[in-house]
Design a binder for this molecule. Sequence first.
Ligand code: HEM
Length: 484
Amino acid sequence: MDASAMLVALLTILATAAAAAAAVASSSLRRRKNQPPGSLGLPVVGHTLALLRALRSNAAEDWLRRRAAAYGPVSTISLFGRPTAFLAGASCNKLLFSSDKLAAMSSASFLRMVGRRNIREVAGDDHRRVRAMMARFLRLDAVKNYVSAMDDEVRRHLRAEWGGRAAVAVMPSMKSLTFDVMCTVLFGLERRGDHAAVRRELSSEFQQLVRGIWAVPVNLPFTTFGKCLAASRRGRRAVARIVEERRRASGGSAGDLVTHMLAEGMDEEEIIDNVVFLMVAAHDTTAVLLTFLLRHLDGNRAAYERVAAEQEAIAAQRRRRGGSGSALTWDDLAGMRYTWAAAMETLRMVPPTFANMRKAVADVEVGGYVIPKGWQVITAATMTHLDPAIFPDPGRFEPARFEAAAAKSAPPPFSYVPFGGGARACPGNEFARAETLVAMHYIVTGFRWRLAAGCDGGFSRHPLPCPNQGLLLDIEPKEYNELC
Ligand code: HEM
């Protein structure tokens, strides 16, 4: 780096630090007696670096638990240069998901990369309008129509990336699988011609972009944020080309989301912000679920055998009715109850979204304290997911917790929240469920797997969970295999 770049870097860091220090200092001055206990930590950095370090070493649950033990369920910390209330427990989850004094918010870096008009950032009628538009593509009756296209993508992907191999790095493989499913099903991008190049470009830019979700927003060529922002700019240009292509083809009957957004009268900026948001929301989360489901099944042979038995029974039924070569049906998915219970248990233990964030748009009373207007508010799903009073022996992988028979002892409301809750609960949960079950069917009936020697099975968070070595598995094809 030359001297002028160094100077710009230094000035930018100092300016950011000064702005953050001013924000923290002014809010400290306004500190009231009944503000939540805790501290704002070190000047400027607050607790940001400590939490990011804990996330990277997969110790963030412990870090938060220690704070909750020291200060109770409502406490003060400082994240990303802003005073923050950290809330722990089911009733706090309920408050976060349902209070109209708390507005959805994303980290400053996510906002810069994704754009201000994405569904997460808009409120009131604007939010209802965008959400209703997306729901048309994501609700149950729409998802039923995607099963066949999902099936086609999954088989093609496993043949190309798992077939003939002795080992596979699961996380990158699942990311490209879920990215392909999303491109085909939601955005109508074909695998041939110009679209193939657009898919490749989008895939590589979005891999980079998600690394910056919680990066410190200092935009320099060598910072994580700088690199991610550059990837986001390139990704947005590629999305703009798709929008333009669909606009030129207007009047056609294409059933993709971008054509639908144009028909709804959304302008280009709003469409791009929402497409970029969906590209992040719709594929990495499900890739994490699939990856950690395989990891947990490897470590829990009894659960693995039950999932295998369920999937083999469905494959046998399909053979009997001569349907092996054709796509799975919605009825087939409905029969995969134990497999989905195992997926839910995976989401309990390793929720892809670590924290849910909101911003107080008015003073909020909780547990005898007041969270001042303007503060950030965060909760972490694992605070209830790993609480032994709610899920006994929480470190044990036990899909039976989510089987129908256990419904009587279902966890209390707002204690199981991998998809969030309230008006902003994830609208993609049925999409994720169908995609997960289709993928699991072909993985389980096509291959046996074991953690590869030398792969420790551990993971860190960036902030999505990221397994060491991408979760390297030794794989072996099964004799009868629907992929062939
Ligand atoms: C296992 C997979 C997934 C998980 C764990 C997950 C989790 C979440 C969570 C925790 C939220 C935030 C809720 C809140 O702030 O209250 C969310 C929001 C959202 N998710 Fe998902 N998600 C998944 C898959 C998907 C998929 C496949 C799609 C689309 C195809 C999707 C689309 C969205 C959208 C549009 C929002 C914003 C909703 C709003 O603000 O109204 N998600 N998701």
